[in-house]
Ligand binder design. Sequence first.
Ligand SMILES: [Cu+2]
Length: 473
Amino acid sequence: MAARIRRNVWKLDRSDATLAWYAQAVAALIRRPIEDPSSWRYLAAVHGTPQGMATPASARGYWDQCQHQSWFFLPWHRGYLASFEATIAKTVKDLGGPADWALPFWDYSESLSTERNARLLPSAFVERTLGDGSPNPLWSRRARAFGGNFELDDTAVSTGALRFTNFTNSRPGVPSGFGGPETGFNPGGGDNGGIESVPHNRIHVKIGGDSGFMSDPSTAALDPIFWLHHANIDRLWEVWRNQGPQFQDPSDERWLTSVVFQMHDGDGRPITFRCADMPTKVLHGYTYEAVPVAQEPELESVEMAVASGARPEFGGESEGPVVLTGPTTKADVVLVPPSGLEAATAQPRHVYLNLENITGAGIPGDYLVYIDVPDDDRPTASFIGVMTTFGLERASDKSLSHGGSGLSQVFEITELASQLKLSEANVSRLKVTFVREGVAKADADAPAELADYAAVQRKPANVTVGKISLFYD
Ligand SMILES: [Cu+2]
């Protein structure tokens, strides 16, 4: 079989039928019963099931399998995309369409100078109805937006994660690389890999808003745009690997072979795969249109850490949990000067700010994080990054793998720490400011066949950062 080519959705010709066939296939899958592994509902349940939805015995080990905050995030979703694409492609063929249908990707990070629409939701997904007045199968329950403009700013579409030279990292206190931290089978909880945090998590919540499908892992895959978003994340993995010989997937057996994932192929037959199978079983069969190094939106460059060496040195922590209420919350980190550095002019090589045990419920949206020191004469605090909250409720669920210890996030702040003279003995406090970005209100209704998912009551949004800490190495 010829390789399928996954194309940039904004570069499809006006005459191209890829999305029209996608819409027809989506409509066909939505009509299938949930017990059918090739149905829309079953495929979405493989990612996650809403609270209260019982998993039939036959679906155990197949539903609720998504891997987040883990070095399995990229490979699990790669297999998931392949399973979905095979199902849609077979349906397209059965409906009389082309035999080589492939999932397009949405490259929202493309420079606006080469694709001015890049940050807009592709037009075929925007309208509720088609030209003939029938429902548009590609429309879904999303944040209210005008003309597909979900206000994706630089902080949402940044591909800065491509600068990580390490795929993973197991050292606590430092960033976990491009792909995510070393974990076992992990449906959620802990630290996001760079690419999972931004743009992945940011896009989910920007599109889903306060109650749309995309904002919650247990409903996200019900939205047809989910798959174009994840095709792009999967493509960025290839972009990352193509940057040079030092950009390597893990070679550890615990990543390659220790965890086996189960899904179905395009004919609904059970299949299994491991990360070691990625290049052969799963990646084989499709290729991405032009995998260039993505254009970087204008963001301050951040030096990314390479995983090596000993455990970083503790540099201070907040006095207690920080409850994020209101539009702005400030908290102090009480600093401990790094040993051996107080008297010297030497600076620590890297400084990391950690947000630990981020727990809560609902869809609070993301937070912009700023730092400054109380007596600093700068007029404004400095932006260090975005605390993303996609998957918060799941990560806070005590019945799941991490026992409800929540999400965590690490920011490298080396350059700012040196400007703020954090490692000097007379600087005793660091002020951290969380600015709530807010979530857009979502449409109240959903596609008619999926209305039951929209009726699920959401818990009121709340977020607590268990601890803010600082590490040096
Ligand atoms: Cu996702």
